[in-house]
Structures are given as structure tokens and as C-alpha cells.
Design a protein. Sequence first.
Length: 649
Amino acid sequence: MSKVTSIKKIIDNEIFYQLIIILVVSLLYSVSINYPMYDLWDDLAYILNNKHLSLSIPNFIYWFKHSCVGCYIPLTMISYIFDYSLWGYNSFGYHLQNVFWHIITIIGIFQCLKLFKIKLWIIFFICLLFAVHPQRVESVVWLSERKDLLCGAFYFWSIYFYLKKSYKAFSIISFILFIMAMLSKPMAISLPIVLLLYEFYRRGKSKDCILKTEDQRLKTGDEKRGLWSGVRNPSSVTQNLKSKIQHLVVFRIFCAFRDCFLSLWSTVCSLLSIYRLWPYFVVMILFIPVIIMAQGSAVHLNFDILGRVYIILYNIFWYFKETLIPTSLNPVYPFVSFDYTAILMIIFYFGILLLIIVNYIKNKHLLVYYMLPLGLCYLASILPVAGVVRLGYIDYADRYSYIPSVFIWFILSLMLNEILYSKKHIYNSNISTVKGFFIGKTKLVFVFMFCYLMLFIAINYNYQKIWRNQMTLFFYSSNQKPTSMHSLVLLAGVEYQNRNYSKILEISDKLNNFKGGKVIASYFKAVALFYLDRQQSIKLLLEIEPVFKKCSEHADNYFRKYIDILALISTHYNFIGEKDRGLLCINKILAISKLDYHKRLFYLGLKEELLGNYKKAVYWYKIYLSEYPYSKVTLRKIEFCKQQSKIKK
């Protein structure tokens, strides 16, 4: 008996489960703990070329006043400041902090699920499935996506502290954590709606009379609240008709939506006087203009209403499908297109409707009190990235599922708990997990969850290997079907770094096949030919220079490439001895009002280099290098100017 008792205590001990979760997550993500930063992706702006990472109060203040890569994320940037002060540009420490925040998020989810009286072994599997899901690789391994992890950690711990005090006073800790989540990533804007839905669940559960069906009302004799009020002495014909109507599926659907609407309306009205929630909504409203201003040009408005609706429906379906069955992993997904997936979407939404109907008929309690609020939580959390507007060069991404996918796992855990255990056990946390463990269906579910978990771990492990460097990452992405144009652009950048100019020509041919890809294809072709066929390259550069000049007025990517074009033309003229024409190109660059102050320092150095003033050139290059110490090009320029200065002497 002592052995059985000790095993029972271990199985019922939440610390035991949490330690296993920490161990599994740490071991799994140790694969990528030494992966480098991606200097052709957002890591360049967030870390490598970020001059505001030194540990100082002015830099703290700076990030509360400025955005980074279209996101207002001061707490995330401050976390990079601490990493930089400890590790410099050693990626190990940055990855370590990413894994740490991922674990904090998982423990927060664990604690939230526990408040719903779900069995610990179910919570354990659900949390692990979330933690090792292949979609988590993008958020954990990519250092620029720490904002997902920080936001997720504060988001779910805020929910936990709110739930703990839901029957008591206002939770200061929950409110502060919500603000911290918003300062980590704007994705947390859905939290007040999630808390409102929880209040709907809590208040509706405590007032069962609001959700009674027509049959229940008839049984209690409460005819005044029934559909047939006013009929005092119904005839047998009327009773038969009433009975038939009550068994119609359409009538049941009507009752379901009517009851849900009345419950939600009653809850919203009552919440207007509750002081626990209105501060959250005030903060949410105040952050909306901040988010819009930070996004800036990253937001692409599209007035194709039907197209937007299709993308939203596609994304809701896609994130749900990929959470349960991760079949198509890609660092850079292509834009949403109308294809065979539309058939799967129709089946999905029809299945959801059918599930609602069946659950209402079989178990209204489970539907109204659990499935409906959590389903709406999923929709609310995914709405910011569902495709209402296009963000940058993507319609959807694995990293965007970090918070929304949790609500899908919530629904799954509640379903398992309901199926495997009787209703009287759901609310009794003292019942031992050992009881009923060896029941056939429980054992079967346990084995299935274990195999499901092992599959996720295997896929996660293999997918992490793809992220080991930029070449493997973008090569993998550009070879997916269908291919994203942006992944080809990123791959071309890697090939340029490696001086594989023939490969760049191949990529430019592929870019020609994309709608709107001819302009960017001509750029890469000209860049590659600059080192293979200079004359043909200059001819092409001179042709596309006015095109990129016009495009650069509206798009930052074209602006940077326009500067590169002028720099290449300048280099060519300088090489053939026409320094005046080379200087003219540099002066064009310096005359651009949008040119960043620090980039201006670099081109001031280049101008002095072309004039033969090598000491002045080194002076400007060193100032630029003090701001961007990672710039290898600047280091080579300084070395070249020093050598030329010695030769000149």
C-alpha cells in the first residue's frame, strides 16, 4: 500500500509534471542554443545593427518612445539590452533567454488549466503538446521573435491572476501583467475580450436558469418563460405540434443561439458596472493608435472586401488545422491563394456548425459553458493577425499562432476531461488521478497522447535543424510549393553574401515568374552581372535606376535597393577613372532626405574615399562603425583606405 500511495502522490503532484516539462523543453531546444543570428532578416535591425542596446537609462527611455521594425515593443527591446550587456553579440545568451520565457509561458498555461479542475495528467500532455509543437520553433529559435514569448508569458500569467481573483477584488498583478504583455507585443490586445468571455462563462455557469432549454422549462412548469406562454389549456393537437417542433433540429439551433445571445447580453449589461474589467478596455483603446502609428508602411490596405473575407476565413481555418496537424511548415509562407484548400475550408466550417448542433442536443452545458467561450477566445486572439489588413509581406505565419493555439488546446483538454471523467469528478480536485486511470478509454487516450507528443517532438527536432543558418533556412523556404517571392529574395541575399553570382541569376529568372517580380528580378540580375559582365550590368542598372527612384518614395525595400544601385554605378565610374560621374551618384545619395543619419556617415566616408581623402574617409567610417560595429563592409573600407593612404605617402 505504501508504494501505491507514493506513486499516487507523485502522479497528483503538479511540481512533478512541471519539472518534466522544463526538462523536455530544455533538452529539445538545446539543439538550437548556439544557432547564429540572421543578419539578412530582422535580427539585423533588432540586434546586430542596433545602436540603442547599451545598458543605459537613455536607451530605456528611447524604446518607450520609438518602435522597431513596425512594432511598439519597448519591453522586448529592453530584454535585448540585458542580453547585449551580458553576451555582446554571442547568440548563446539570447537563445537562452528565449527558452526561459517559453518555459515561463508554459507554466502559466499549466496554472490556468489547473483552475478549470482538469486532471493533471491531461494538463501535462496539453502543455507539452503546445511547448514542443513544430510551430513553436519559429518563435523560440528566431531571436527576433522573442516578443511572442514575452507577450505569451505575461498574457497567460495575467489571465491566471485574474481568474484567481475573479470572485474577489480587482487584481493589480493581472492588470500590470496585461500592460507588460502589450508592451512586449501588440498581439496582447485581445486579452480584455478573453477576460470578458470568461466572465460570461462564470456568470452564466452560476445562473443556470438563463440557459435552461424549453424542455426544462416545461418540466418545471415555468410556462411564463416558455415559448408557448399565453396558452393556458392547450389541446392535444397543440401539444403534439409543440412536441414535434421542439424535436426539430432547426428549432434546437434557434434555441441555442437565442439562449447564448440572452446570456451574453445579460453578462455584458451586468459587466458595465464591474470595475474589474473597464481598466483593461481603457488600456486596449489607448494602445490602438500607438499600434497603428508603429506599423506605418508595414500595413497594406486592400479594398477587395471579398478577398479580405476569404483570407480571414482561410487564416482561421489554417491556424486551427496547423495546430492539430502541422503539415506545412515554412519560415516564409506565400500569399493566400484560391485553391483546393477552399473545399477543406467548407468542410471545416460545416463541421463546426454540425459540432455545435450535436453538442447542443447532447450536452448543452459543455457547449455553452466551455466550447462557446473558448471558441470565441480563439477568434478574438487570432483577429489581429487574421488578415483584416496585410502585415508586411505575409498573410500568415507560424509565429502568429503562439497565443491563439493555446485556446484550441484548452478546448481539447476540456473535451478530454469531460469524456474521460464523470461530471461529479470535474469539480472535485481531491479525486485521485489513479482512480479510473486503467479504464480502457483512459488508457487508450493516454497512449494516443503519448504517440502524438513523440510525433511533435520528432518534427520539431528536424525542423530546428533547418534554422541552423540562413542558407539552409532560405533554401528550404524557397523550395516549398508554392514558393514565396520573398523567400527567393532572401535567398538571393544569402547567395550575394557568399558571392554565388550565377545562383543569383537563377533566382532572378524565378522571380520573373511572379506577379510584380520583374522589377526586383532585374535588380538582382544587375547586381550579379556587376561581377560577371560589368558592361551589361551598368546598362541594366542605368535602366532600372529611375524605376527604383520612383518606387523608393513609397517602399523602404525599394529605397534601400535604389541606394545600392547608385552605389554600384558610382563604383563602376570610379573604377574606369570617371570619378566625377561617380561622385555625382554619391551626391545623389547624400541629397536624399529620407537617408538615415548613420547611413549618411558611411556615404560621407565613401565620398572622401573617391576624392582621395583617405584619412577623412577613415574618420567618417570609424564614426559609422562605432554605431554599427557589425558592418564587415565598413571594416574592409577602413582597411583599404589605410592601405591607400600608405601607398600615397
